[in-house]
Design a protein around this ligand. Sequence first.
Ligand code: P6P
Length: 319
Amino acid sequence: MVESVKGIAAPVSGINNPTLGKVLEAVVAASREVSRSVRAGPLLPEPASPGVRNVHGELVHPLDIVGTERFVEAFASSKVVAGLVCEELDEPKFFEVTNPASSFMCVLDPIDGSSNADIAITIGSIVGVFPTPSQTALEGETPFLRSGSELIAAAYVLYGSSTVLVLATPGLVQEFTLNEESVQFELTRPSIQIPESCQYYSVNQGYENRWNPPVRRAVGVASKNRSLRYVGSLVSDFHRNLIRGGIFLYPDDSQNPDGKIRVLYEAAVFAYIAAQAGGASSTGTVPVLDLIPSSVHQRTPLYIGNATVVDEINEALWS
Ligand code: P6P
């Protein structure tokens, strides 16, 4: 375990490699800045070019710009992150590192659910960490087209009633909460396992008329004797389901035939975290962690949370 990670007020279990510790320090530094901007809400200055749309055709919120800038700056100055795919950037970015053989590649959604920011609803940042491939040239999309099973760490930051950092490393999921006085993250859940009991299901029920019969069967299975909780921000729905027990569904539908959730910097990251906490995930066809994307912004259907319910959903989809 590395002795200390700047910004976290305790030694961090699961971080045994000082270089990986530097990646975590970059995530902590960026997320503290982003948290401050999130809390400014509508008081955040308008961006220079309002109304810009990203590669997905979505309106870019001022927070999307702040989030992207903070994380890019933090990763670039870490000298241990060699490459980055970011939801808000059309192309991957590559950075100089001290030692390529001991560096990492990150995938990032800087502000997930940014459309909720204007109404003070919880949003978050999502980060996945891959080892830098040794035999692949660090250019273009190729070095990032790998399955989530190659991740070596993953994290999300939730900007909610408190700012929470959840970190997953092999076999361990920990939660840290930002102490607003000391501006240090403090350990608040040392080892998270998703509860056996699956209290909640999360799906946009308003899309029912878009679903095909197998998806309707799957949602029927997931919703049986459960309460519906759907924030419209995956980080929020995932976190509640991880802590309280639940299942999240974003199926393919007539408007999103490939699904909406991005493979690399959303589905794979949460699939890795869920797996370390005893949960499971599926694209409806294969386990999310087995999926190798053919492009860095590829989308997928996503079913994730309580392992038993993921199995039941797969059965309903395949029967
Ligand atoms: P819908 C946010 O834009 C996001 O990617 C996820 O965070 C969230 O779960 C989903 O989209 C919400 O999508 O179509 O239900 O509004």
